[in-house]
Design a protein around this ligand. Structure first.
Ligand SMILES: CC(C)(COP(=O)(O)OP(=O)(O)OC[C@H]1O[C@@H](n2cnc3c(N)ncnc32)[C@H](O)[C@@H]1OP(=O)(O)O)[C@@H](O)C(=O)NCCC(=O)NCCS
Length: 156
């Protein structure tokens, strides 16, 4: 299995839109857009982040678009995020993706947030060296309720 990252192409966006409308994935991530099925909002968001200068990459497995990953945010609060399509879960794709992303972005510290019960994401982060440094609680649109969140840090 060949896992690679490359810059985002326009043709990836409909694939991301479908992947990010998977209700099971949304529930897991919890802190999603208010309405992931709002295509105009999705398009505006992606146009904005692609123009921002942040590091945003498409994840390919054997040439297929299987997700995306990014490092974004203010210079002193750079945060990682990633999303892998459900058929590819459980094969080490997110771990390889995050490792590749961390190689691309040398700055430290980096931060991450995950719903406290997102065991998969927490495991991926811990395998890549992130440690839990805080706890938060906020409204999770994908669940329609207040949800516990964990803050993690990758130190230099
Ligand atoms: C969370 C997510 C990124 C994991 O992707 P993945 O490619 O399946 O992860 P990996 O295969 O690299 O798994 C890494 C580790 O997590 C574990 N893991 C993965 N999914 C898990 C789950 N649902 N429950 C418990 N452990 C899980 C794996 O067993 C593996 O641990 P191990 O190496 O000790 O065996 C993926 O499910 C996803 O994109 N979900 C929806 C979006 C999301 O939640 N993004 C993160 C927001 S913070």
């Amino acid at each position: 299995m060949d896992i690679t990252l490359r810059p985002v192409h326009d043709s990836d966006l409909p694939v991301f839109f479908r992947q990010m409308n998977d209700p099971e994935a949304g529930r897991m991530a919890a802190f999603t857009a208010k309405d992931p099925s709002d295509r105009a909002h999705f398009d505006a968001h992606w146009a904005r982040i692609r123009a921002s200068g942040d590091v945003i990459r498409t994840v390919l497995v054997d040439g297929d678009v299987v997700g995306n990953a990014a490092v974004y945010g203010r210079p002193d609060e750079r945060e990682v995020t990633y999303w892998i399509d459900r058929p590819y879960w459980g094969r080490g794709v997110a771990t390889a993706t995050l490792r590749a992303l961390l190689d691309l972005v040398p700055e430290r510290p980096l931060y991450a947030r995950a719903a406290a019960d997102n065991a998969g994401s927490l495991r991926v982060l811990e395998k890549c060296g992130f440690v839990v440094t805080g706890h938060d609680r906020g409204f999770a649109h994908a669940r329609g309720e207040e949800t516990d969140e964990v803050v993690l840090t990758l130190h230099g």
